[in-house]
Design a protein around this ligand. Structure first.
Ligand SMILES: Nc1ncnc2c1ncn2[C@@H]1O[C@H](COP(=O)(O)OP(=O)(O)OP(=O)(O)O)[C@@H](O)[C@H]1O
Ligand SMILES: [Mg+2]
Length: 401
């Protein structure tokens, strides 16, 4: 006999604790900590129809970060399938609360100065896909190069532990070095660096730990998530504006690990225009939803091939990128055509985005500009909370400034 259906089954409303946990992924970039631990989140209510109400205290009422925080809070909570609406009840901290926040922020800044962890001010973007070979690594190196060429400091973490391709694609084969850092009992890994335009790339990959690509097979027994965790915790990243993570194909482990270790990671999902690829890519989006990672957008790679006569051929179909973006409810960040220069740039260690004159180079640079636009400009946010009311002295709480 079938048992009676459970009345609560299917009503997976988040608990107030779950909401609070999701909000831990919202970082006040100026204070360098998450809004929950900073004491900004007050009462939380969850109504039966999925409306989440949050009491939120800004450091000062006119804080210019407010719009950004609102967007961040909403997008973090909307990854939960049962949340229908987010209502924020804005308030302002008392002078005492503000002082407590500043004390904590200063303490964090001091801690961060000697920590290996990814700096809190860095935007973390993981480049993922549902299946292999769609161009994740090509997208990673080209976006990293484009962002750096415009002056950013960009970390690149090759999370494809045994299928690494980043060292070759960026022309950075050197072995990683380790260094003793004050306050740490074991040496830290120094990322390899390459100056690009006015910016800087800081890169780590297991390819920089082994002699050749075939030696990497020895790493098979290594737990993927452990290796990635080590790259996140034991690398002396220093100053970073972005951290781009090249994800391995077809594994959820690393993504789940990232969700645990760096919940503020945004995913960029790469797909080809074939509708069949889009169906596979949706798995990556599903995984994102389950691990509560936010998707920053979709990139359609290998969109079409334009011949010398200017005629365009959609070799791998049409519409997959837009269909996927629509299904997830995010923006299609760009459509990169098939161009031999993309592959040649990867083989030569010179991403096409740096010197290319074709459509692919232009589009990679446009996508990078779009991502930079999405990212809060910390400089534009000064004067919000970095004023210490106790002594009237402006203090910098960002370790990098
Ligand atoms: N837009 C493009 N035009 C031409 N060739 C491309 C393009 N994008 C990627 N490629 C080529 O396709 C191949 C696969 O790309 P890439 O290695 O970036 O994919 P991937 O998703 O990282 O693969 P894996 O899943 O194995 O890590 C490479 O040889 C690359 O040079
Ligand atoms: Mg790859």
């Amino acid at each position: 006999m079938e048992s009676a259906p459970d009345k609560n089954q299917g009503s997976a409303l988040p608990s107030t604790d779950a909401v609070r946990n999701l909000l831990r992924a919202v970082i006040d970039p100026e204070l360098g900590d998450n809004v929950v631990d900073l004491g900004m989140v007050g009462d939380i209510g969850v109504s039966p129809d999925g409306v989440v109400t949050i009491g939120f205290k800004l450091t000062i009422k006119g804080c210019p970060l407010r719009a950004q925080l609102k967007k961040d809070i909403e997008s973090r909570l909307h990854v939960h399938p049962s949340v229908t609406k987010v209502v924020i009840d804005w308030g302002e901290m008392t002078a005492d609360e503000r002082t407590a926040v500043m004390t904590r922020a200063r303490w964090n800044a001091r801690e961060n100065a000697t920590e290996t962890a990814v700096p809190l001010g860095a935007r973390v973007l993981a480049i993922a896909s549902g299946k292999g070979g769609v161009g994740k690594s090509s997208v990673t190196v080209n976006l990293a190069a484009a962002l750096a060429s415009h002056g950013a400091t960009v970390g690149v973490l090759d999370a494809d532990i045994w299928g690494f391709s980043i060292p070759r694609m960026l022309g950075m084969p050197d072995r990683l070095q380790a260094e003793r850092v004050e306050g740490r009992d074991k040496p830290m890994i120094l990322p390899n660096e390459r100056h690009v335009g006015s910016g800087l790339l800081k890169v780590v990959s297991t390819g920089m730990l082994v002699d050749d690509e075939s030696t990497a097979l020895m790493w098979r027994g290594l737990m993927l998530t452990k290796a990635v965790e080590q790259f996140l915790n034991d690398v002396h990243w220093g100053e970073l504006d972005y951290l781009l993570i090249d994800m391995p194909p077809g594994t959820g482990d690393v993504q789940m690990g990232l969700a645990r270790m760096l919940p503020r990671t945004d995913l960029i999902i790469v797909t080809t225009p074939a509708i069949s690829a889009q169906k596979v890519a949706i798995r990556a989006a599903d995984m994102a939803r389950r691990s509560f990672l936010r998707v920053a957008g979709v990139i359609e790679n290998m969109s079409h091939f334009r011949c010398d006569h200017g005629e365009s051929y959609p070799l791998f179909g049409v519409g997959g990128g837009q269909a996927l973006a629509d299904e997830i409810g995010v923006e299609l960040l760009g459509q990169v055509p098939i161009e031999p220069t993309v592959a040649a740039g990867g083989d030569a260690g010179e991403p096409v985005a740096l010197h290319g004159t074709g459509d692919a180079a232009r589009i990679f640079n446009e996508i990078a500009a779009r991502l930079a636009e999405q990212t809060v400009s910390l400089e534009a946010m000064s004067g919000c909370s970095a004023r210490d009311e106790t002594d009237g002295v402006e203090v910098s709480v960002r370790p990098r400034s």
